[in-house]
Design a protein around this ligand. Structure first.
Ligand code: TXA
Ligand code: MG
Length: 354
């Protein structure tokens, strides 16, 4: 067991001394959890194979699923990637720093373990002063998967990180809750046209505006499990975002959804299960006899994304055994939210129609 150091830090103006302490840990090959604009990441020196191995171990992550490498300046991309297609510069100009991860052909200089033996590398510049200061002070790109135990919902607060990783990592920088709430969009630039491997904080709609042509990997919008052979991103084949409770997702027409959820809730209550309902403001009063939590208004998908992982963890904390969740619109950041909910359900999806 390690003694995990908790360092409070100002999200907008990170204290120099705190950043030097945490960068010192990274430089020595240690592991530091830090906030980004999306979720908390678990960082190690991307060029230190031993540190990256320890990173995988700390979060019990399978070695075939590589982390994203976080950089401060766009120029640093060229220390990691080769054959960078011309439209990449435009994307970096429009969306960095921000929740967009670019998959590119990698340079040999990047250690094998950091890229899980792949010939590509996933890179992004996070839009958070603490993350940027940590990279700058450490003087190296930082490999960072989300700071949760593998398979669990990503952490949007330092408390979530501690819940999963207290005693397993060296330090955590606590700068309060993250803004976006779901992870970055992973865009594969090594194929033409570029392909979204994971929807996230940068929407398909804005990427289409800039690139003209963007493909969605079939897995991204899938409402069923797709064979492993078809997955391009290693992360696709691993269980993800799952609370301890069983999750059932009910999609379809909004009023039919509420009715169906009440029906399913009854069945589980009769079996003696503690039932939770993941609702939206518009439907909240339609449910009773269950732990009801609202993600926010259906007309504010940004707020819904921000609340998603926190509420999934709250159901676990209240020992809910079955969570029944409302489906949401798949536009904008809703696509990322629905992708997480579908994966969290293990594709246990029920269609409600009227
Ligand atoms: O917002 C985020 O992206 C957060 C914060 C901490 O930056 N990070 C994050 O990392 O979500 P992680 O490791 O939980 O997810 C990285 C995803 C995984 O699905 C992984 O399979 C994929 O990126 N990935 C990494 N390298 C890849 C590569 N070379 N090719 C395709 N997919 C890759
Ligand atoms: Mg993750």
């Amino acid at each position: 067991m390690k003694n995990t150091l908790v360092l409070k830090v100002n999200p907008d103006k990170p204290e120099k001394e705190i950043m030097q302490i945490s960068a010192g840990i990274i430089k020595k090959g240690g592991i530091v959890a830090f906030p980004t604009e999306t979720v908390y990441g678990l960082g190690a020196d991307a060029f230190n194979p031993k540190a990256v191995r320890a990173l995988f171990e700390a979060k019990k992550r399978p070695l075939d699923n590589p982390p994203i490498i976080h950089i401060e300046k766009t120029a640093d991309l060229y220390k990691l990637a080769r054959n960078v297609p011309p439209e990449t510069e435009l994307l970096m100009k429009c969306f960095w720093p921000g929740p967009l991860t670019l998959v590119l052909k990698r340079l040999r200089a990047v250690p094998e373990v950091t890229v899980a033996g792949l010939d590509t590398v996933a890179v992004r510049a996070p839009k958070h002063q603490v993350a940027l200061a940590l990279i700058r002070e450490s003087g190296c790109p930082i490999a960072a998967p989300s700071a949760n135990l593998a398979g669990k919902p990503s952490p949007t607060t330092a408390a979530h990180v501690l819940e999963d990783l207290n005693g397993r990592i060296d330090a955590i920088l606590d700068a309060g809750p993250t803004r976006v709430g779901v992870e970055s969009t992973v865009l594969d630039m090594s194929t033409s046209p570029p392909q979204i491997l994971r929807p996230g904080g940068t929407t398909l709609e804005v990427l289409c505006k800039v690139l003209g042509n963007v493909k969605l990997h079939p897995f991204v919008a899938a409402d069923k499990e797709i064979a492993i052979g078809e997955s391009r991103s290693p992360g696709m084949k691993h269980k993800h975002y799952a609370p301890k409770a069983k999750l059932i997702l009910v999609e379809g027409n909004i009023s039919a959804v509420a009715e169906k959820i009440n029906e399913i809730a009854d069945v589980y209550r009769q079996k003696g299960c503690k039932v939770g309902i993941l609702s939206t403001d518009e439907n909240e009063t339609k449910y009773e006899g269950a732990v009801v939590k609202s993600l926010g208004s259906r007309f504010n998908l940004d707020a819904i994304a921000q609340n998603l992982f926190r509420l999934l963890r709250e159901f676990d904390a209240e020992s809910v055994e079955v969570i029944i969740a409302e489906g949401l619109p798949s536009e904008g950041i809703g696509l990322a939210v629905m992708n997480r909910l579908r994966k969290a359900s293990g594709y246990n999806i029920i269609m409600a129609m009227k």
